[in-house]
Design a protein around this ligand. Structure first.
Ligand SMILES: Nc1nc2c(ncn2[C@@H]2O[C@H](COP(=O)(O)OP(=O)(O)O)[C@@H](O)[C@H]2O)c(=O)[nH]1
Ligand SMILES: [Mg+2]
Length: 407
């Protein structure tokens, strides 16, 4: 008789080394903040960061992205510490990837493939699975020479999820064929969800948008009493969740959508177009910002730019500055001659400066704003009132007859 053996499936964390270039227009602090984000992405994908390397270069090395000396340094570190992956914050080409792999002797990937990997791991619905698979193949296509063959033994780790093993052919034609089939499949899945969508069309729609990890899902759970997965990880939620909410007897739909991120792979945005329809077709946007994040202003810009890219740049918006409980202020002494950074502004000063900026730079035009804490439930009533006002106005505009009947 065969004995049933059970194994634990929890894999040990993979060990990662991160690499970022410091270009002319960057400073070291900025690049370190980018690498913080990359480390959080790596963590979300299941890797622990052992070390980061940065190098100041005017342009990336054509063959190995970073300089030869630095690469040897990385290789030595990888060998000494038995690292499993080297992750670049910037996009590297297929040939750069191979050249680097030859030197460092472990898997090499870039930020894009890391994001794709997280998406592959977290996709739940048929639609997002197909979307991710499509994006992965599109990413593979231009870098498709001998990409996987020498890594046969390491299958299953980060960057290797998604397209099934048998499908890792190195033939462009096969991949192209696969892409067109996936596109057809996506259309079919979209048709199925279209009916569902039609039924919701008449209702006013409010969409949560924002940088990943800003607190969208937490806010969704609070306002719509949904149970959306919220976690201190990047892209905890991938699939859109929609709930019907009533404020003062006026119904509207609220949706929690996938977060945006700096340098979101282009193919991914393309394949996620239909998921982002929820944003494009929304009447009102709640743009959630993590004000405790050192880079929150950059994050606002990334989100605004992505909104413009998908054709949702000019919707009535409430900018929700979230996590005020975690906002830290560093006093800037009078005799300190260094430039005042945003950490030297009190929350009150920040509010005032944003009010002053409204309608000018940063793309914040015609937006209302509010400062809240979703976890500490601060200013939630005020946010609700702001939303009620906007939803009501829209409701009256759209259904004047409904109100006449009541009067
Ligand atoms: N300190 C603090 N943390 C928050 C707040 N709102 C959300 N978070 C945390 O931020 C992390 C990301 O939240 P989540 O809702 O998943 O963000 P999403 O990616 O925008 O959906 C989670 O760990 C939340 O608990 C807040 O107001 N204050
Ligand atoms: Mg979320």
């Amino acid at each position: 008789m065969k004995q049933k053996i059970s194994y634990t499936t929890a894999k040990p964390k993979e060990k990662a080394v991160l690499i970022g270039l410091i270009y002319k227009h960057h400073n070291e602090k900025q690049v370190n903040e980018y690498l913080d984000e990359l480390a959080l992405l790596a963590d979300t994908a299941g890797a622990e960061t052992l070390k980061r390397f940065t190098q100041r270069l005017p342009t990336p090395d054509r063959k190995t992205f970073i300089g030869g000396g630095k690469l040897n340094e990385v290789a030595e570190y990888v060998k000494a510490n038995k690292a499993d992956i080297v992750i670049f914050d910037d996009e590297i080409s297929g040939s750069q990837q191979r050249n680097i792999e030859e030197v460092v002797g472990c898997r090499v990937m870039d930020r894009n493939s890391l994001i794709l990997d997280i998406f592959a791991k977290r996709a739940r619905t048929a639609q997002s699975r197909v979307q991710v698979e499509l994006a992965q193949y599109e990413y593979m296509l231009p870098r498709l020479t001998r990409m996987w063959t020498h890594l046969e033994k390491q299958r299953g780790g980060i960057g290797m999820r998604g397209p099934g093993e048998a499908e890792l052919e190195t033939d462009r034609r096969v991949i192209k064929d696969k892409i067109s089939k996936l596109k057809d499949k996506l259309k079919e899945v979209e048709k199925q969800t279209a009916n569902q969508k039609k039924r919701r069309e008449e209702l006013i729609r409010v969409a949560l948008v924002g940088y990943t990890n800003a607190g969208k899902s937490t806010l969704m759970n609070l306002i719509a009493k949904a149970e959306v997965f919220a976690e201190n990880k990047l892209f905890a939620t991938l699939d859109t969740t929609v709930r019907k909410v009533f404020f003062d007897n006026i119904p509207f739909l609220m949706s929690d959508t996938v977060g945006f991120i700096r340098k979101l792979p282009h193919g991914l945005v393309e394949s996620f177009k239909s998921t982002l329809d929820e944003v494009r077709e929304a009447d009102i946007l709640l743009h959630v910002v993590d004000i405790s994040h050192p880079n929150f202003e950059d994050q606002i810009k990334v989100v605004n730019q992505t909104l413009v890219d998908i054709g949702a740049g000019d919707k009535p918006t409430i900018i929700v500055f979230n996590k005020i409980d975690a906002y830290t202020y560093t006093h800037h002494a009078e005799d300190d001659l260094s430039e005042k950074g945003k950490e030297n502004f009190t929350l009150e000063e920040l509010k005032n400066s944003f009010v002053a900026h409204l309608g000018k730079d940063g793309g914040i035009k015609d937006a209302k704003m509010i400062f809240i804490s979703a976890t500490k439930k601060e200013n939630i009533t005020e946010l609700r009132n702001l939303m009620v006002g906007m939803v009501k106005d829209l409701f009256i505009k759209r259904y004047p007859q409904n109100l006449e009947v009541e009067e």
